[in-house]
Design a protein around this ligand. Structure first.
Ligand code: BES
Ligand code: ZN
Length: 621
Protein backbone atom coordinates (compact mmCIF):
# COMPACT_ATOMS: atom_id res chain seq x y z
CA UNK A 1 0.00 0.00 0.00
CA UNK A 2 1.51 3.29 -1.05
CA UNK A 3 0.40 5.34 1.99
CA UNK A 4 2.12 2.89 4.25
CA UNK A 5 5.20 2.80 2.12
CA UNK A 6 5.87 6.52 2.25
CA UNK A 7 4.96 6.78 5.92
CA UNK A 8 7.45 4.01 6.52
CA UNK A 9 9.99 5.70 4.30
CA UNK A 10 9.55 8.92 6.26
CA UNK A 11 10.04 7.14 9.56
CA UNK A 12 13.13 5.39 8.26
CA UNK A 13 14.47 8.63 6.91
CA UNK A 14 13.99 10.47 10.20
CA UNK A 15 15.45 7.62 12.24
CA UNK A 16 18.53 7.28 10.07
CA UNK A 17 18.70 11.08 9.85
CA UNK A 18 19.87 10.79 6.27
CA UNK A 19 17.30 13.32 5.22
CA UNK A 20 18.44 16.38 7.06
CA UNK A 21 15.59 18.74 7.82
CA UNK A 22 15.88 21.87 5.69
CA UNK A 23 17.47 24.50 7.87
CA UNK A 24 15.10 27.27 6.94
CA UNK A 25 11.93 25.88 8.43
CA UNK A 26 10.56 24.02 11.38
CA UNK A 27 9.88 20.37 11.28
CA UNK A 28 6.17 19.81 10.91
CA UNK A 29 6.23 16.25 12.16
CA UNK A 30 5.67 17.21 15.80
CA UNK A 31 2.18 18.13 16.84
CA UNK A 32 3.13 21.22 18.84
CA UNK A 33 4.51 22.90 15.75
CA UNK A 34 2.28 21.38 13.07
CA UNK A 35 0.47 23.88 10.92
CA UNK A 36 -3.18 22.86 11.26
CA UNK A 37 -4.16 25.33 8.53
CA UNK A 38 -2.29 23.64 5.71
CA UNK A 39 -2.40 20.26 3.96
CA UNK A 40 1.29 20.59 3.05
CA UNK A 41 3.78 17.96 4.20
CA UNK A 42 7.00 19.84 3.55
CA UNK A 43 9.09 17.23 5.33
CA UNK A 44 8.19 14.82 2.56
CA UNK A 45 8.24 17.09 -0.49
CA UNK A 46 8.93 20.79 -0.16
CA UNK A 47 8.25 23.56 -2.66
CA UNK A 48 11.38 25.70 -3.07
CA UNK A 49 10.52 28.05 -5.89
CA UNK A 50 7.28 29.27 -7.47
CA UNK A 51 7.12 30.61 -11.03
CA UNK A 52 3.93 32.34 -12.08
CA UNK A 53 2.82 33.16 -15.59
CA UNK A 54 -0.62 34.70 -15.28
CA UNK A 55 -3.02 36.80 -17.24
CA UNK A 56 -5.47 38.94 -15.25
CA UNK A 57 -8.79 39.08 -17.07
CA UNK A 58 -10.81 41.99 -15.67
CA UNK A 59 -13.92 41.13 -17.69
CA UNK A 60 -14.20 37.57 -16.42
CA UNK A 61 -12.64 38.57 -13.06
CA UNK A 62 -10.27 35.65 -13.11
CA UNK A 63 -6.54 35.09 -13.32
CA UNK A 64 -5.43 32.26 -15.61
CA UNK A 65 -2.16 30.72 -16.62
CA UNK A 66 0.46 28.51 -15.07
CA UNK A 67 2.28 28.02 -11.81
CA UNK A 68 5.51 26.03 -11.95
CA UNK A 69 6.80 24.60 -8.68
CA UNK A 70 10.41 23.53 -8.11
CA UNK A 71 10.57 20.79 -5.53
CA UNK A 72 12.89 19.26 -3.02
CA UNK A 73 11.98 15.63 -2.43
CA UNK A 74 12.91 14.25 0.95
CA UNK A 75 10.88 11.04 0.94
CA UNK A 76 11.24 8.99 -2.20
CA UNK A 77 7.75 7.91 -3.14
CA UNK A 78 5.81 10.57 -1.28
CA UNK A 79 3.35 12.66 -3.24
CA UNK A 80 3.40 16.44 -3.21
CA UNK A 81 0.70 17.92 -0.98
CA UNK A 82 -0.49 21.43 -1.84
CA UNK A 83 -3.24 23.77 -0.69
CA UNK A 84 -5.86 25.20 -3.00
CA UNK A 85 -9.26 26.77 -2.61
CA UNK A 86 -11.68 27.14 -5.50
CA UNK A 87 -8.99 26.88 -8.20
CA UNK A 88 -9.99 25.34 -11.53
CA UNK A 89 -7.09 23.13 -12.46
CA UNK A 90 -6.99 21.89 -16.05
CA UNK A 91 -3.72 19.96 -16.07
CA UNK A 92 -0.58 19.17 -14.15
CA UNK A 93 2.47 18.25 -16.22
CA UNK A 94 6.20 17.70 -15.95
CA UNK A 95 8.58 20.11 -17.68
CA UNK A 96 8.75 17.58 -20.50
CA UNK A 97 4.98 17.94 -20.91
CA UNK A 98 3.93 14.55 -19.51
CA UNK A 99 0.69 14.47 -17.56
CA UNK A 100 1.00 13.97 -13.81
CA UNK A 101 -1.96 12.44 -11.91
CA UNK A 102 -3.48 14.48 -9.11
CA UNK A 103 -6.49 14.60 -6.83
CA UNK A 104 -8.30 17.54 -5.23
CA UNK A 105 -9.69 16.75 -1.77
CA UNK A 106 -13.09 17.62 -0.37
CA UNK A 107 -13.08 21.32 0.60
CA UNK A 108 -13.02 22.30 4.27
CA UNK A 109 -14.89 25.57 4.99
CA UNK A 110 -11.86 27.06 6.77
CA UNK A 111 -8.85 25.76 4.93
CA UNK A 112 -10.04 24.81 1.44
CA UNK A 113 -8.89 21.65 -0.34
CA UNK A 114 -5.81 19.53 -0.45
CA UNK A 115 -4.23 18.96 -3.83
CA UNK A 116 -2.30 15.70 -3.97
CA UNK A 117 0.11 15.40 -6.88
CA UNK A 118 1.40 11.88 -7.50
CA UNK A 119 4.93 12.64 -8.57
CA UNK A 120 6.65 10.23 -10.94
CA UNK A 121 10.15 9.19 -9.85
CA UNK A 122 12.90 11.76 -10.41
CA UNK A 123 10.52 14.59 -11.24
CA UNK A 124 11.52 17.74 -9.32
CA UNK A 125 9.32 20.29 -10.97
CA UNK A 126 5.65 20.42 -11.96
CA UNK A 127 3.58 22.86 -13.96
CA UNK A 128 -0.03 23.52 -12.99
CA UNK A 129 -2.41 25.02 -15.56
CA UNK A 130 -5.26 26.73 -13.77
CA UNK A 131 -7.74 29.54 -13.43
CA UNK A 132 -8.98 31.29 -10.28
CA UNK A 133 -12.66 31.45 -9.33
CA UNK A 134 -14.39 34.84 -9.76
CA UNK A 135 -15.02 34.81 -6.00
CA UNK A 136 -11.42 33.96 -5.01
CA UNK A 137 -11.12 35.15 -1.40
CA UNK A 138 -7.74 36.85 -1.87
CA UNK A 139 -8.69 38.90 -4.90
CA UNK A 140 -10.87 41.95 -4.97
CA UNK A 141 -11.84 43.21 -8.41
CA UNK A 142 -13.01 46.81 -8.25
CA UNK A 143 -15.16 48.59 -10.82
CA UNK A 144 -14.10 52.16 -11.72
CA UNK A 145 -16.84 53.51 -9.41
CA UNK A 146 -14.98 51.97 -6.47
CA UNK A 147 -11.66 53.62 -7.30
CA UNK A 148 -10.41 57.21 -7.30
CA UNK A 149 -10.18 57.38 -11.07
CA UNK A 150 -11.75 56.14 -14.30
CA UNK A 151 -10.04 52.73 -14.32
CA UNK A 152 -10.78 49.42 -12.58
CA UNK A 153 -8.47 48.00 -9.93
CA UNK A 154 -7.46 44.62 -8.56
CA UNK A 155 -5.57 43.70 -5.43
CA UNK A 156 -4.76 40.54 -3.51
CA UNK A 157 -4.63 39.91 0.25
CA UNK A 158 -2.79 36.72 1.12
CA UNK A 159 -2.59 36.67 4.92
CA UNK A 160 -3.50 34.47 6.58
CA UNK A 161 -4.52 31.58 4.29
CA UNK A 162 -5.91 33.25 1.18
CA UNK A 163 -2.95 32.84 -1.19
CA UNK A 164 -4.29 29.34 -1.93
CA UNK A 165 -7.34 30.98 -3.56
CA UNK A 166 -5.16 32.36 -6.36
CA UNK A 167 -2.01 30.20 -6.38
CA UNK A 168 -1.75 26.42 -5.80
CA UNK A 169 1.15 26.02 -3.37
CA UNK A 170 2.15 24.98 0.16
CA UNK A 171 0.28 27.76 1.91
CA UNK A 172 1.95 27.54 5.30
CA UNK A 173 4.13 30.23 6.86
CA UNK A 174 6.64 27.48 7.72
CA UNK A 175 7.35 26.95 4.02
CA UNK A 176 9.49 29.67 2.48
CA UNK A 177 9.92 30.02 -1.25
CA UNK A 178 11.70 32.22 -3.72
CA UNK A 179 9.49 33.22 -6.62
CA UNK A 180 9.16 35.04 -9.90
CA UNK A 181 6.25 36.08 -12.05
CA UNK A 182 5.24 37.30 -15.46
CA UNK A 183 1.92 39.12 -15.43
CA UNK A 184 -0.31 40.28 -18.25
CA UNK A 185 -2.96 42.90 -17.63
CA UNK A 186 -5.26 45.08 -19.75
CA UNK A 187 -3.77 48.15 -21.44
CA UNK A 188 -3.44 51.17 -19.15
CA UNK A 189 -3.28 49.10 -15.97
CA UNK A 190 0.03 48.65 -14.21
CA UNK A 191 0.66 45.48 -12.19
CA UNK A 192 2.82 45.75 -9.07
CA UNK A 193 3.98 42.86 -6.90
CA UNK A 194 5.60 42.34 -3.50
CA UNK A 195 9.03 41.80 -5.06
CA UNK A 196 11.67 43.42 -7.22
CA UNK A 197 9.95 45.13 -10.14
CA UNK A 198 11.78 43.99 -13.26
CA UNK A 199 9.78 46.16 -15.67
CA UNK A 200 7.90 45.18 -18.79
CA UNK A 201 5.20 46.37 -21.12
CA UNK A 202 1.63 45.64 -22.06
CA UNK A 203 2.70 43.36 -24.93
CA UNK A 204 5.50 41.48 -23.20
CA UNK A 205 3.92 41.33 -19.76
CA UNK A 206 5.46 42.65 -16.56
CA UNK A 207 8.04 40.67 -14.65
CA UNK A 208 8.91 40.40 -10.98
CA UNK A 209 11.43 38.46 -8.90
CA UNK A 210 11.73 37.66 -5.22
CA UNK A 211 15.16 36.07 -4.70
CA UNK A 212 14.77 35.87 -0.91
CA UNK A 213 12.75 33.03 0.57
CA UNK A 214 9.38 34.26 1.83
CA UNK A 215 6.25 32.59 3.20
CA UNK A 216 3.37 32.28 0.73
CA UNK A 217 1.13 34.81 2.49
CA UNK A 218 3.56 37.53 1.40
CA UNK A 219 3.06 36.99 -2.34
CA UNK A 220 0.86 39.85 -3.44
CA UNK A 221 -0.31 41.68 -6.53
CA UNK A 222 -2.13 44.91 -7.29
CA UNK A 223 -3.10 46.25 -10.67
CA UNK A 224 -4.62 49.59 -11.56
CA UNK A 225 -3.89 53.02 -12.91
CA UNK A 226 -0.86 53.66 -10.74
CA UNK A 227 1.70 56.41 -10.47
CA UNK A 228 4.88 56.63 -8.44
CA UNK A 229 6.40 59.48 -6.41
CA UNK A 230 9.93 59.08 -5.09
CA UNK A 231 10.55 59.90 -1.42
CA UNK A 232 14.23 58.88 -1.33
CA UNK A 233 16.50 56.73 -3.50
CA UNK A 234 15.04 53.55 -2.01
CA UNK A 235 11.53 54.69 -1.00
CA UNK A 236 8.52 55.65 -3.10
CA UNK A 237 4.78 56.01 -2.84
CA UNK A 238 2.40 54.51 -5.41
CA UNK A 239 -1.28 55.36 -5.84
CA UNK A 240 -3.92 56.33 -8.35
CA UNK A 241 -3.08 59.70 -9.95
CA UNK A 242 -5.59 61.75 -7.95
CA UNK A 243 -4.22 60.40 -4.65
CA UNK A 244 -0.48 60.09 -5.26
CA UNK A 245 0.67 63.62 -4.40
CA UNK A 246 -1.33 63.76 -1.19
CA UNK A 247 0.06 60.35 -0.30
CA UNK A 248 3.65 61.42 -0.94
CA UNK A 249 3.24 64.46 1.32
CA UNK A 250 1.80 62.36 4.13
CA UNK A 251 4.69 59.89 3.91
CA UNK A 252 7.54 62.34 3.53
CA UNK A 253 9.15 60.87 6.69
CA UNK A 254 9.31 57.36 5.23
CA UNK A 255 13.06 57.33 4.68
CA UNK A 256 13.62 58.53 8.26
CA UNK A 257 11.53 55.64 9.49
CA UNK A 258 13.56 53.08 7.54
CA UNK A 259 16.80 54.65 8.73
CA UNK A 260 15.58 54.58 12.37
CA UNK A 261 14.63 50.96 12.14
CA UNK A 262 18.02 50.07 10.67
CA UNK A 263 19.78 51.95 13.44
CA UNK A 264 17.77 50.06 16.05
CA UNK A 265 17.44 46.56 14.63
CA UNK A 266 19.95 46.00 11.83
CA UNK A 267 20.02 46.41 8.06
CA UNK A 268 16.91 46.63 5.91
CA UNK A 269 17.38 43.55 3.73
CA UNK A 270 14.77 43.93 1.02
CA UNK A 271 16.27 46.56 -1.29
CA UNK A 272 13.43 49.02 -1.90
CA UNK A 273 10.70 50.01 0.54
CA UNK A 274 7.63 51.33 -1.28
CA UNK A 275 4.07 51.94 -0.11
CA UNK A 276 1.09 51.39 -2.38
CA UNK A 277 -2.19 53.09 -1.47
CA UNK A 278 -5.13 50.90 -2.46
CA UNK A 279 -8.72 52.03 -2.96
CA UNK A 280 -10.72 52.49 0.25
CA UNK A 281 -12.28 49.00 0.14
CA UNK A 282 -9.00 47.46 1.37
CA UNK A 283 -10.11 45.54 4.48
CA UNK A 284 -6.99 46.27 6.53
CA UNK A 285 -5.04 49.31 7.58
CA UNK A 286 -1.91 47.92 6.05
CA UNK A 287 -0.33 44.71 4.82
CA UNK A 288 3.41 44.23 5.01
CA UNK A 289 3.96 42.77 1.53
CA UNK A 290 7.76 42.70 1.02
CA UNK A 291 9.25 45.67 -0.83
CA UNK A 292 5.73 47.08 -1.22
CA UNK A 293 3.47 47.67 1.78
CA UNK A 294 -0.20 47.82 0.79
CA UNK A 295 -2.03 50.56 2.70
CA UNK A 296 -5.50 51.98 3.18
CA UNK A 297 -6.05 55.56 2.01
CA UNK A 298 -7.87 56.17 5.32
CA UNK A 299 -4.54 57.09 6.93
CA UNK A 300 -4.20 60.12 4.65
CA UNK A 301 -5.33 62.64 7.26
CA UNK A 302 -3.23 65.51 5.90
CA UNK A 303 -1.17 65.98 9.05
CA UNK A 304 0.84 62.72 9.40
CA UNK A 305 -1.19 61.90 12.50
CA UNK A 306 -1.85 58.31 11.39
CA UNK A 307 1.54 57.36 10.00
CA UNK A 308 2.25 54.96 12.87
CA UNK A 309 0.60 52.45 10.57
CA UNK A 310 3.47 52.83 8.10
CA UNK A 311 5.99 52.43 10.94
CA UNK A 312 4.14 49.21 11.77
CA UNK A 313 4.17 47.73 8.27
CA UNK A 314 7.79 48.76 7.82
CA UNK A 315 8.73 47.06 11.11
CA UNK A 316 7.36 43.81 9.69
CA UNK A 317 10.36 43.87 7.35
CA UNK A 318 12.16 42.54 10.45
CA UNK A 319 9.45 40.86 12.54
CA UNK A 320 7.23 38.86 10.21
CA UNK A 321 8.95 38.99 6.86
CA UNK A 322 12.53 38.26 7.93
CA UNK A 323 11.60 36.17 11.00
CA UNK A 324 8.18 34.65 10.43
CA UNK A 325 5.64 32.92 12.66
CA UNK A 326 5.85 29.22 11.80
CA UNK A 327 2.12 28.66 12.34
CA UNK A 328 -0.83 31.00 12.97
CA UNK A 329 -0.70 30.00 16.66
CA UNK A 330 2.54 31.93 16.78
CA UNK A 331 1.00 35.03 15.17
CA UNK A 332 1.91 37.09 18.24
CA UNK A 333 5.59 36.66 17.26
CA UNK A 334 4.76 38.61 14.11
CA UNK A 335 2.42 41.22 15.52
CA UNK A 336 3.54 41.71 19.12
CA UNK A 337 7.14 42.24 18.00
CA UNK A 338 5.95 44.54 15.25
CA UNK A 339 3.86 46.73 17.54
CA UNK A 340 6.84 47.00 19.88
CA UNK A 341 9.13 47.97 16.97
CA UNK A 342 6.50 50.39 15.65
CA UNK A 343 6.47 52.14 19.02
CA UNK A 344 10.25 52.39 19.02
CA UNK A 345 10.25 53.88 15.51
CA UNK A 346 7.60 56.41 16.51
CA UNK A 347 9.68 57.42 19.50
CA UNK A 348 12.79 57.75 17.36
CA UNK A 349 11.13 59.86 14.66
CA UNK A 350 8.45 61.81 16.56
CA UNK A 351 9.62 61.77 20.19
CA UNK A 352 8.79 60.02 23.43
CA UNK A 353 5.49 61.77 24.09
CA UNK A 354 3.97 60.62 20.81
CA UNK A 355 5.04 57.05 21.59
CA UNK A 356 3.54 57.20 25.07
CA UNK A 357 0.24 58.39 23.65
CA UNK A 358 0.14 55.57 21.10
CA UNK A 359 0.94 52.99 23.80
CA UNK A 360 -1.68 54.32 26.20
CA UNK A 361 -4.35 54.28 23.48
CA UNK A 362 -3.56 50.73 22.47
CA UNK A 363 -3.46 49.45 26.05
CA UNK A 364 -6.87 50.93 26.72
CA UNK A 365 -8.21 49.29 23.57
CA UNK A 366 -6.74 45.97 24.74
CA UNK A 367 -8.39 46.34 28.15
CA UNK A 368 -11.76 47.00 26.50
CA UNK A 369 -11.46 44.04 24.15
CA UNK A 370 -10.36 41.64 26.89
CA UNK A 371 -13.54 42.35 28.81
CA UNK A 372 -15.70 40.72 26.15
CA UNK A 373 -13.37 38.04 24.80
CA UNK A 374 -13.53 34.29 25.52
CA UNK A 375 -10.78 33.32 27.95
CA UNK A 376 -9.02 30.89 25.61
CA UNK A 377 -8.62 33.66 23.03
CA UNK A 378 -6.81 35.88 25.52
CA UNK A 379 -3.65 33.77 25.29
CA UNK A 380 -0.72 34.87 23.21
CA UNK A 381 -0.12 31.25 22.21
CA UNK A 382 -3.70 30.73 21.07
CA UNK A 383 -5.12 27.41 19.88
CA UNK A 384 -6.72 27.94 16.47
CA UNK A 385 -7.28 24.30 15.46
CA UNK A 386 -10.56 23.92 13.59
CA UNK A 387 -10.96 27.67 13.26
CA UNK A 388 -10.15 30.32 10.70
CA UNK A 389 -6.77 31.87 11.64
CA UNK A 390 -8.37 35.25 11.05
CA UNK A 391 -10.20 34.72 14.36
CA UNK A 392 -6.84 35.22 16.08
CA UNK A 393 -6.54 38.80 14.82
CA UNK A 394 -7.48 40.58 18.04
CA UNK A 395 -5.64 43.08 20.23
CA UNK A 396 -4.11 40.18 22.16
CA UNK A 397 -1.27 39.19 19.77
CA UNK A 398 -0.69 42.87 19.01
CA UNK A 399 -0.87 44.77 22.27
CA UNK A 400 -0.43 42.07 24.88
CA UNK A 401 2.48 40.82 22.75
CA UNK A 402 4.08 44.26 22.67
CA UNK A 403 3.46 44.69 26.41
CA UNK A 404 5.48 41.51 27.06
CA UNK A 405 8.39 42.94 25.09
CA UNK A 406 8.16 46.26 26.97
CA UNK A 407 8.14 44.26 30.20
CA UNK A 408 11.35 42.51 29.13
CA UNK A 409 12.89 45.81 28.06
CA UNK A 410 12.06 47.21 31.49
CA UNK A 411 13.63 44.24 33.28
CA UNK A 412 16.87 44.03 31.32
CA UNK A 413 17.33 47.62 30.25
CA UNK A 414 17.05 49.00 26.77
CA UNK A 415 20.64 48.42 25.71
CA UNK A 416 20.61 44.70 26.51
CA UNK A 417 17.14 44.19 25.16
CA UNK A 418 18.03 45.86 21.85
CA UNK A 419 21.06 43.64 21.58
CA UNK A 420 18.82 40.64 22.20
CA UNK A 421 16.34 41.72 19.52
CA UNK A 422 19.06 42.30 17.01
CA UNK A 423 20.46 38.83 17.65
CA UNK A 424 16.96 37.36 17.35
CA UNK A 425 16.57 38.89 13.89
CA UNK A 426 20.12 38.16 12.71
CA UNK A 427 20.18 34.57 13.88
CA UNK A 428 16.71 33.72 12.57
CA UNK A 429 16.79 35.72 9.35
CA UNK A 430 14.71 34.08 6.59
CA UNK A 431 13.46 31.43 8.99
CA UNK A 432 10.03 30.57 10.38
CA UNK A 433 9.90 30.30 14.16
CA UNK A 434 7.63 28.93 16.87
CA UNK A 435 6.74 30.27 20.29
CA UNK A 436 8.80 27.45 21.84
CA UNK A 437 11.85 28.55 19.89
CA UNK A 438 11.37 32.12 21.05
CA UNK A 439 11.16 30.97 24.65
CA UNK A 440 14.30 28.90 24.31
CA UNK A 441 16.20 31.80 22.74
CA UNK A 442 14.97 34.23 25.38
CA UNK A 443 15.99 31.84 28.09
CA UNK A 444 19.46 31.28 26.67
CA UNK A 445 20.23 34.94 25.93
CA UNK A 446 18.54 36.86 28.73
CA UNK A 447 16.65 34.94 31.41
CA UNK A 448 19.32 32.45 32.39
CA UNK A 449 22.05 35.08 32.06
CA UNK A 450 20.49 37.42 34.60
CA UNK A 451 18.32 35.49 37.04
CA UNK A 452 17.84 38.53 39.24
CA UNK A 453 16.36 40.66 36.46
CA UNK A 454 14.12 37.83 35.25
CA UNK A 455 12.97 36.53 38.62
CA UNK A 456 9.58 38.24 38.62
CA UNK A 457 8.68 37.45 35.01
CA UNK A 458 6.44 34.42 34.62
CA UNK A 459 6.41 33.50 30.94
CA UNK A 460 3.74 30.86 31.35
CA UNK A 461 1.45 33.52 32.70
CA UNK A 462 2.34 35.91 29.88
CA UNK A 463 2.23 33.44 27.00
CA UNK A 464 -0.10 30.61 27.96
CA UNK A 465 -2.67 32.31 30.23
CA UNK A 466 -5.65 34.57 29.75
CA UNK A 467 -5.98 38.19 30.84
CA UNK A 468 -3.29 40.80 31.18
CA UNK A 469 -0.61 39.91 33.74
CA UNK A 470 -0.42 42.14 36.80
CA UNK A 471 3.14 43.16 35.93
CA UNK A 472 2.15 44.56 32.52
CA UNK A 473 3.88 47.93 32.17
CA UNK A 474 1.48 50.85 32.10
CA UNK A 475 1.98 53.81 29.87
CA UNK A 476 0.58 57.23 30.41
CA UNK A 477 1.09 60.53 28.72
CA UNK A 478 1.13 63.95 30.33
CA UNK A 479 -0.83 65.19 27.32
CA UNK A 480 -3.75 62.97 28.33
CA UNK A 481 -4.20 64.52 31.77
CA UNK A 482 -6.02 67.58 30.44
CA UNK A 483 -8.07 65.32 28.16
CA UNK A 484 -9.20 63.09 31.02
CA UNK A 485 -10.15 66.12 33.10
CA UNK A 486 -12.15 67.67 30.28
CA UNK A 487 -13.82 64.32 29.61
CA UNK A 488 -14.92 63.89 33.21
CA UNK A 489 -16.21 67.47 33.30
CA UNK A 490 -18.15 67.12 30.00
CA UNK A 491 -19.86 63.99 31.25
CA UNK A 492 -20.68 65.50 34.60
CA UNK A 493 -22.02 68.78 33.20
CA UNK A 494 -23.53 67.14 30.08
CA UNK A 495 -22.03 69.91 28.02
CA UNK A 496 -19.17 70.69 25.64
CA UNK A 497 -18.23 73.75 27.69
CA UNK A 498 -15.20 72.16 29.48
CA UNK A 499 -13.62 71.44 26.07
CA UNK A 500 -13.52 75.13 25.25
CA UNK A 501 -11.92 75.87 28.62
CA UNK A 502 -9.38 73.10 27.95
CA UNK A 503 -8.46 74.62 24.59
CA UNK A 504 -9.34 71.39 22.80
CA UNK A 505 -8.95 73.18 19.44
CA UNK A 506 -5.24 72.64 19.93
CA UNK A 507 -5.52 68.91 20.67
CA UNK A 508 -3.77 66.43 18.43
CA UNK A 509 -5.40 63.32 16.97
CA UNK A 510 -4.26 61.07 19.80
CA UNK A 511 -5.81 63.40 22.37
CA UNK A 512 -9.13 63.35 20.53
CA UNK A 513 -8.98 59.58 20.31
CA UNK A 514 -8.41 59.40 24.04
CA UNK A 515 -11.40 61.69 24.58
CA UNK A 516 -13.64 59.53 22.37
CA UNK A 517 -12.32 56.13 23.51
CA UNK A 518 -15.27 55.38 25.77
CA UNK A 519 -18.27 56.44 23.73
CA UNK A 520 -20.75 57.18 26.50
CA UNK A 521 -21.99 60.70 25.86
CA UNK A 522 -25.56 61.93 25.54
CA UNK A 523 -26.87 63.48 22.34
CA UNK A 524 -26.97 67.05 23.74
CA UNK A 525 -23.33 66.95 24.74
CA UNK A 526 -22.42 65.55 21.32
CA UNK A 527 -24.36 68.30 19.59
CA UNK A 528 -22.42 70.90 21.56
CA UNK A 529 -19.11 69.23 20.72
CA UNK A 530 -20.03 69.00 17.05
CA UNK A 531 -21.04 72.65 17.00
CA UNK A 532 -17.70 73.73 18.45
CA UNK A 533 -15.37 71.25 16.72
CA UNK A 534 -17.24 69.92 13.63
CA UNK A 535 -16.25 66.32 14.32
CA UNK A 536 -18.99 65.04 11.99
CA UNK A 537 -16.96 66.57 9.19
CA UNK A 538 -13.56 65.37 10.41
CA UNK A 539 -11.25 64.37 7.55
CA UNK A 540 -9.45 62.06 9.94
CA UNK A 541 -11.04 58.60 9.60
CA UNK A 542 -9.82 57.44 12.99
CA UNK A 543 -11.49 60.39 14.75
CA UNK A 544 -14.55 60.21 12.50
CA UNK A 545 -15.08 56.52 13.27
CA UNK A 546 -14.76 57.05 17.03
CA UNK A 547 -17.09 60.03 16.76
CA UNK A 548 -19.71 58.12 14.76
CA UNK A 549 -19.51 55.24 17.22
CA UNK A 550 -20.28 57.68 20.05
CA UNK A 551 -22.99 59.35 17.96
CA UNK A 552 -24.83 56.15 17.08
CA UNK A 553 -24.70 54.98 20.68
CA UNK A 554 -26.18 58.31 21.86
CA UNK A 555 -28.83 58.22 19.13
CA UNK A 556 -27.45 61.55 17.92
CA UNK A 557 -29.39 61.96 14.65
CA UNK A 558 -26.67 63.48 12.37
CA UNK A 559 -24.44 60.48 13.08
CA UNK A 560 -26.72 58.12 11.16
CA UNK A 561 -26.54 59.79 7.75
CA UNK A 562 -22.78 60.30 8.05
CA UNK A 563 -22.30 56.68 9.15
CA UNK A 564 -24.17 55.49 6.12
CA UNK A 565 -21.91 57.45 3.75
CA UNK A 566 -18.86 56.22 5.65
CA UNK A 567 -19.98 52.57 5.57
CA UNK A 568 -20.73 52.81 1.86
CA UNK A 569 -17.28 54.14 0.98
CA UNK A 570 -14.81 52.63 3.44
CA UNK A 571 -14.07 48.89 3.61
CA UNK A 572 -11.59 48.83 6.48
CA UNK A 573 -12.82 46.15 8.86
CA UNK A 574 -11.48 47.93 11.92
CA UNK A 575 -14.05 50.70 11.27
CA UNK A 576 -16.89 48.60 9.90
CA UNK A 577 -17.10 46.24 12.85
CA UNK A 578 -17.61 48.79 15.66
CA UNK A 579 -19.99 50.90 13.59
CA UNK A 580 -22.22 47.96 12.64
CA UNK A 581 -22.06 46.80 16.26
CA UNK A 582 -23.20 50.23 17.43
CA UNK A 583 -25.97 50.28 14.81
CA UNK A 584 -27.20 46.87 15.98
CA UNK A 585 -27.62 48.28 19.47
CA UNK A 586 -29.37 51.49 18.36
CA UNK A 587 -33.16 51.90 18.45
CA UNK A 588 -33.85 50.79 14.88
CA UNK A 589 -30.95 48.38 15.31
CA UNK A 590 -30.73 45.44 13.03
CA UNK A 591 -33.11 46.84 10.45
CA UNK A 592 -31.01 49.95 9.89
CA UNK A 593 -27.75 48.02 9.98
CA UNK A 594 -29.02 45.51 7.44
CA UNK A 595 -30.44 48.12 5.09
CA UNK A 596 -26.96 49.66 4.83
CA UNK A 597 -25.14 46.34 4.80
CA UNK A 598 -27.18 44.89 1.96
CA UNK A 599 -26.16 47.81 -0.26
CA UNK A 600 -22.58 48.04 0.96
CA UNK A 601 -21.74 44.32 1.07
CA UNK A 602 -20.89 43.98 -2.65
CA UNK A 603 -18.27 46.70 -2.14
CA UNK A 604 -16.48 44.99 0.73
CA UNK A 605 -13.58 42.54 0.47
CA UNK A 606 -14.28 38.87 1.31
CA UNK A 607 -12.33 39.21 4.59
CA UNK A 608 -14.65 41.96 5.85
CA UNK A 609 -17.72 40.18 4.50
CA UNK A 610 -16.90 37.07 6.49
CA UNK A 611 -16.70 39.04 9.75
CA UNK A 612 -19.80 41.13 9.06
CA UNK A 613 -21.97 38.23 7.84
CA UNK A 614 -21.33 36.61 11.21
CA UNK A 615 -21.90 39.81 13.19
CA UNK A 616 -25.15 40.68 11.41
CA UNK A 617 -26.25 37.06 11.09
CA UNK A 618 -26.55 37.67 7.39
CA UNK A 619 -27.01 34.65 5.15
CA UNK A 620 -26.61 35.52 1.47
CA UNK A 621 -29.28 34.00 -0.77
N1 BES B 1 -0.27 41.77 8.94
C1 BES B 1 -1.27 42.63 9.42
C2 BES B 1 -2.58 42.48 8.71
C3 BES B 1 -3.20 41.10 8.78
C4 BES B 1 -3.09 40.29 9.89
C5 BES B 1 -3.92 40.63 7.70
C6 BES B 1 -3.68 39.03 9.90
C7 BES B 1 -4.50 39.38 7.70
C8 BES B 1 -4.38 38.57 8.82
C9 BES B 1 -0.83 44.09 9.38
O1 BES B 1 0.51 44.28 9.64
C10 BES B 1 -1.57 44.80 10.48
O2 BES B 1 -1.38 44.45 11.60
N2 BES B 1 -2.37 45.79 10.13
C11 BES B 1 -3.14 46.57 11.08
C12 BES B 1 -2.52 47.90 11.32
C13 BES B 1 -1.55 48.01 12.42
C14 BES B 1 -1.09 49.45 12.59
C15 BES B 1 -2.02 47.47 13.73
C16 BES B 1 -4.50 46.81 10.50
O3 BES B 1 -4.70 46.51 9.32
O4 BES B 1 -5.36 47.31 11.19
ZN1 ZN C 1 1.01 43.87 11.63
Amino acid sequence: MRTLSYAAALAACILSSNCSAPNDAMSTTHDATRDVHSYARPDEVRVRHVSLDLEFDFDAQVARGTCTLKLQRHVQNAPLWLDCDGLRISAITTVAGDRVPYEIGKPDPNIGSSLRVDLPPAVDSVRIDYETAPDAGALQWLAPAQTSGPKPFLFSQGQAILTRTWIPLQDSPAVRVTWDARIRAPKGLRPLMSAQQRGGSHDEGWTFAMPQAVPSYLIAIACGELEERAISPRCAVWAEPSVVDRAARELEDMERMVASCEELFGPYRWGRYDVLFLPSSFPFGGMENPCMTFATPTILAGDKSLVALIAHELAHSWSGNLVTNATWRDFWLNEGFTVYLEQRIMEHVYGEERMRMEIALSMRQLGQELRSMPREDQRLHIDLAGRNPDDGMTSVPYDKGAALLRRLEGAFGRARFDEFLRAWFDEHAFQSVTTAEFRAFLDARLLSVDRAASAAIDLDVWIESDGLPADAPSAESAGFLAVDEALAACKKQRSAEPLLAADAKAWNTQQWLRFLAEPTFDATTLEGIDHAFSLSRSGNCEILCAWLDAGIRANYAPAFATSETFLMTVGRRKYLKPLYEALLQSPQGRERALSIYQRARPRYHAVAVRTLDALLEFAPK
